[in-house]
Design a protein around this ligand. Sequence first.
Ligand code: B1M
Length: 212
Amino acid sequence: MSILNDISEKLQKGRAREIGALIDQALAEGISAEDILNGGLIAGMSVVGEKFKNGELYLPEVMMAARTMDTGVNVLKPHLSSSGVEPIGKAVICTVKGDKHDIGKNLVKMMIEGMGITCEDLGVDVSAEKVVQAVQRTNADIVCLSSLLTTTMGEMKTVIKALEDAGLRDSVKVMVGGAPLTQSFADEIGADAYTPDAASASQLAKEYLINK
Ligand code: B1M
């Protein structure tokens, strides 16, 4: 679909001012918010990631693309999250220590909230100690951890260990995600679940709370 390609292109070029109108046009054409997110914005960001890796794009261009992604996600937000849902549980979410990527984490938060799960967002670069404090403060059912860097993935294990040391491990489900993660890594660090995207994370969180 060419409008999804246009959205992807605008994102790659960091055209934050133009992305909103294109997304509105796609919605008006009857394309679903999920298809715009996956086939337009996330597809564009994957190209940015590849080009960054190959040295075809530099950090300022990636930052402009990230800003465009934020703008686009904000336009899509009312169409992605259902409102007025009764809360079914509580989650704490963050990007782990040393890692400042938050686009994926913000999407997971948005979709989890759409399932009626209250979400305490601790932000980025969050220490294990802060996660433990937040779980104690909110009495959360679920902890969602995001990592985009191979150098920070290991921090998830530190969080799990800190939850164990605080006597909280059995009372929370630890869900992990982020581009470099795999199911086997999640198993290795003792996480309860790995999900590759925000939609499956929110679905699994909901199932867990309903069956709790
Ligand atoms: Co960074 N970066 N970056 N970056 N960046 C990557 C991750 C990289 C793969 C690029 C590359 O080389 N191809 C590479 C990591 C390499 C590695 O670790 N092996 C990299 C690097 C190296 C860096 C810096 C070190 C660069 C530098 O300074 N020299 C630096 C690190 C800063 C830091 O964190 N300390 C850095 C900085 C940045 C920007 C600030 C410029 C910007 C981030 C802006 C922001 O987040 N606000 C940025 C971006 C945008 C990227 C890429 C291009 C795109 C990431 C993204 O937002 N994707 C990325 C390349 C790539 O991933 N292909 C790259 C879109 C987003 C929707 O997907 O976050 O994967 P993602 O989330 C998905 C799933 O993973 C899942 O759901 C989401 C969608 O449905 N998911 C979860 C995510 N979290 C979850 C949690 C869950 C469940 C599912 O919990 C239950």
